[in-house]
Design a protein around this ligand. Sequence first.
Ligand code: NAG
Ligand code: NAG
Ligand code: NAG
Ligand code: NAG
Length: 407
Amino acid sequence: MNCTGFDSQGVKSTVFASVIVRKDFRPVLNYSVPTQVNLSFTVSSILDVDEQLQLLTSFLWLDMVWDNAFISWNPEECGGIQRISMIAQNLWLPDIFIIESVDVDQTPTGLTAYVSNKGHIKYKKPMRVTTVCNLDIYCFPFDQQNCTLTFRSFLYTVDDMLLGMEKEVRETVDTSRNLIETQGERELLGINKATPKMAVGSSLYDQIMFRVTIKRRPGLYVINLLVPSGFLIVIDALSFLLPAESGNRAPFKMTLLLGYTVFLLMMNDLLPASGIPLISVYFALCLTLMVTSLLESVFLTYLLHMVTTQPPPMPSWLHSLMLRYIRATEYCKKRSPKEKKGPGLNSIHLPGQKDSLEMAGWEPGPSKVELNGDPPSTWAESEHQIQKHKTIDLWVKFSLVLDTLLF
Ligand SMILES: *[C@@H]1O[C@H](CO)[C@@H](O)[C@H](O)[C@H]1NC(C)=O
Ligand SMILES: *[C@@H]1O[C@H](CO)[C@@H](O)[C@H](O)[C@H]1NC(C)=O
Ligand SMILES: *[C@@H]1O[C@H](CO)[C@@H](O)[C@H](O)[C@H]1NC(C)=O
Ligand SMILES: *[C@@H]1O[C@H](CO)[C@@H](O)[C@H](O)[C@H]1NC(C)=O
């Protein structure tokens, strides 16, 4: 190019006309020599990760550098000007695209490129890319995703175009990290590079593959999902401390279950729309445990009610088992001298039991009966009552042991 007047009158368009005419062709003097395009990119933001459609939408700045053999001038002749900028549409541009992209290229028009006096062209363009990415949400909300961005020429094979790196990958990661200052949901962990050539039929394409690893910031989910759920489960477990015979336990657990259901309904929006993450299994398990514990409470209330009103005869194996258990616990209590002697079989007293015993007609104690000196028929009856009382006691003890076991 004749660069006379670059420094005083600016660039004459007639001077560039020859370059503009040649922009439809690959700018090399010898067509056997492939054009080397060096590229790098910066992730400026991660806009969206769609687990349902398996799409990652991000915003990239793509840097490309290549040589245009048709352009050169001598800076000494034109006031030391070594580079100028010009509209990129007037230049030949490499047709680099991202293979995983599922959206049309929305590059804004009217971008400019730097052209140096040796024909070195520097071109940057912003890209909003939506790429397919295999998103695995099993570990949600502690998941990491690897998304691949493969840069390749759409047309040119290795005979015509070679790709290289303009910047080190480490540099790319650092710049991107600094750029993504927003406290979005995702965090860039790292970028790995691979350069496998790709063969399509008989033609071989050069490509650069970047594996972008992103991580979700789990704070929101830990606070909104895991902590409340954990609290509800702990309260449910602690509600076993409520006395089984008071009858308060089942309504309490019912309320908890209702609360948990409402919690799940409200937090459903936070969960990924597709797939079954581990956390969903955890929620289902929590719900199952709560339902099971409610069923257990209902069963135990029923059992206590039944044995205190109409105690069925105890099976002999259960009877001997219970007696053995009671003997063992009392033996243990005697062994530890610090503890006072616990309530024995006869002195057990339960709030719910008293009413039922009264209802069963067991009002006067045996000593009272003796003092009154009632006829033998009454005697036998009170013997029967004592026996019944003992059976009730055993049944109640058995229910409590069963409750502990099921807990
Ligand atoms: C460059 O062009 C100017 C006129 O625009 C002409 O005077 C000058 O001789 C030319 N220089 C060269 C080296 O061709
Ligand atoms: C073009 O390049 C090829 C390979 O580098 C070389 O063999 C050939 O001689 C070159 N042609 C010319 C005209 O320079
Ligand atoms: C591209 O990078 C390679 C080395 O990585 C270098 O030799 C070559 O000159 C670069 N090409 C351009 C056009 O910058
Ligand atoms: C992502 O890539 C890293 C290494 O680059 C690997 O350790 C990790 O297992 C990959 N994760 C997935 C989900 O593929």
